[in-house]
Ligand binder design. Structure first.
Ligand code: HEM
Length: 227
């Protein structure tokens, strides 16, 4: 083997990577409450969706218990999402960079980051998930209250209740699809999960995927020693 490029003393030095804080504990706790309630809502909802899936109610202590619990889980999800919505809405507003990012979707899939625009805290895909979840949770909440007969028996007419059942089921199916997209993207983009588990990402991850955000965070701390 020829040694044209390096001198004898050149070698790799491994050091701990720079970490960038992305989510505080409260946001992470809220996010995982939202994730858990969504999974429980899907399992109990599927049980009401088709008789073949009724067996899933066993996870909740039977049919009556599942039926009683389901709307309350929905309220927990709506409240948790409202908090995350208020906190993150400003960073999820559409920007010109998002259009460029979407036009280069092929490069996103091929992981050609150098051809993509530098981005703030979120990319257009993440923003889509944010707004889709917000709209679908609102639909599920409205239609869910309309069919919550235990507490709101006379809120809507019977024909309107039939429409609400349909809207509720359709929104739940769409939410399942967006959920799969979100989890898949979080796993596929290596190094992302730790943002929601440990609260931080590596500097390399931030440079690669959200460079404007990294520059802003680094600029804010300029002159201060790294913690
Ligand atoms: C097991 C299921 C889930 C996993 C593994 C997961 C994973 C993650 C990860 C890793 C992030 C950080 C992404 C980043 O900052 O770049 C994130 C952010 C987020 N997640 Fe989840 N998540 C799950 C379920 C959910 C559910 C059910 C919802 C909503 C109902 C949700 C809503 C969000 C929102 C709104 C953000 C902030 C990103 C944005 O505003 O665009 N997640 N999730």
């Amino acid at each position: 083997m020829t040694r044209d490029y390096s001198e004898a003393g050149d070698h790799l030095i491994s050091t701990r990577p720079v970490l960038v804080s992305r989510y505080r504990w409260f946001t992470r706790a809220n996010h995982w409450i939202i994730a858990a309630t969504t999974i429980l809502l899907m399992l109990s909802g599927l049980a009401f969706f088709h008789p073949a899936l009724f067996g899933l109610t066993a996870l909740f202590g039977g049919g009556q218990m599942a039926r009683w619990l389901h709307p309350f889980l929905g309220l927990v999800l709506a409240l948790g999402y409202l908090l995350i919505f208020i906190q993150l809405v400003a960073r999820n507003l559409p920007r010109r960079d998002d259009v460029v990012w979407v036009k280069h979707f092929r490069d996103v899939m091929d992981q050609n980051e150098e051809k993509l625009p530098t981005l703030g805290k979120y990319n257009a895909g993440q923003k889509f998930v944010f707004w889709a979840m917000a709209g679908l949770i609102l639909l599920l909440l409205g239609s869910g209250i309309a069919i919550w007969q235990e507490y709101f028996p006379d809120l809507v007419t019977i024909p309107d209740r039939r429409i609400a059942v349909l809207v509720h089921a359709a929104a739940a199916v769409l939410m399942g699809l967006v959920f799969i997209l979100h989890v898949y993207a979080a796993i596929w983009t290596r190094g992302t999960l730790r943002a929601m588990t440990r609260g931080s990402v590596t500097g390399g991850w931030a440079w690669r995927h959200h460079r404007k955000w990294l520059r802003e965070v680094a600029g804010r701390n300029r002159g201060k020693p790294a913690k």
